[in-house]
Design a protein around this ligand. Structure first.
Ligand SMILES: C[S@@+](CC[C@H](N)C(=O)[O-])C[C@H]1O[C@@H](n2cnc3c(N)ncnc32)[C@H](O)[C@@H]1O
Length: 257
């Protein structure tokens, strides 16, 4: 079972109204509570929502504005590589998807906005809290409400365990994996928010990758999709059945039927 890297993140609260919430979170996840500062990696309970910052980068998940919303609008619809990778085909029912490495939910949000039901799993309580906060802030938006009706949900936990439960109860058509980059390997330039996630979570390890891919393959009814940076080795050294390549990203497909 993968273990979370010991966190270098602290909790602070710049909105006095959220002080109880922030202190509760810090106790629950054993993260030190401190005053807002420019020099530390901090999860800030702020008036405009939860954010992670380190003095240079400010990371907040927002489904209604910014990069995520822009990608939904201009990302290329059902013809884009991500959509084809998960199995969206003209005239066919949309696949149900488990995104087992949800991260900041950018890919999951694109897939949900294309009409797929998407169940997200994220093991880091800090990252999951950022996404959960964005879900709450978007809750009054009618388009977002429609996505939630179709299925757009998040649970915090380790996918290796949760996929085993889902496999018995309600297996999806597709399991989507986008694990952290392998240790010490540099591929396409990593965006600032991903650099921050790496600072928070560390890199993936071979043993974890193998267990994650195995759990995904035992759960998906039709396919497992693995997102990799261009030039990265196959996940767990396992050769895919097919590959969809874009300029910076590769989608490795492990087809079940
Ligand atoms: C590269 S990020 C995913 C980015 C995501 N695709 C997006 O669009 O924002 C990888 C995420 O997978 C999560 N993760 C890695 N192993 C996991 C596991 N076994 N269970 C659940 N989440 C996991 C990490 O905590 C991290 O947040």
């Amino acid at each position: 079972m993968p273990e979370l890297a010991p966190s270098n993140c602290k909790v602070c609260c710049s909105d006095p109204q959220k002080l109880d919430l922030a202190k509760h979170f810090s106790r629950l996840h054993k993260l030190p509570f401190c005053k807002p500062s420019e020099d530390l990696l901090l999860l800030d309970f702020a008036s405009d929502g939860l954010s992670l910052h380190d003095g240079k980068t400010h990371l907040r998940v927002d489904f209604l504005a910014g990069e995520t919303a822009h990608r939904k609008k201009y990302g290329g619809g059902r013809g884009q590589a991500l959509a084809r990778a998960v199995g969206i085909k003209p005239g066919k029912p949309l696949p149900s998807i488990v995104d087992a490495t949800a991260g900041l939910a950018r890919d999951a949000f694109v897939l949900a906005s294309l009409g797929c039901s998407v169940r997200m799993i994220e093991q880091s309580p800090i990252v999951a809290a950022l996404v959960e906060d964005a879900i709450l802030r978007a809750a009054d938006d009618p388009v977002f409400q429609q996505m939630q009706t179709t299925g757009f949900s998040l649970e915090q936990g380790n996918s290796i365990e949760i996929l085993a439960e889902i496999a018995c109860n309600n297996p999806p058509d597709t399991v989507y994996l986008d694990p952290m980059f392998p240790h010490r390997q540099k591929f396409a330039a990593v965006k600032k928010n991903m650099q921050m996630l790496q600072q928070l979570l560390g890199h993936s390890h071979q043993g974890e990758d193998e267990n994650l891919l195995k759990a995904a393959l035992s759960c998906a009814l039709k396919r497992v999709v693995v997102k990799r940076p261009k030039g990265a080795p196959n996940l767990a050294d396992q050769k895919p059945s097919a590959v969809i390549q874009t300029r910076k990203t590769r989608y490795d497909l492990y087809l079940r039927c």
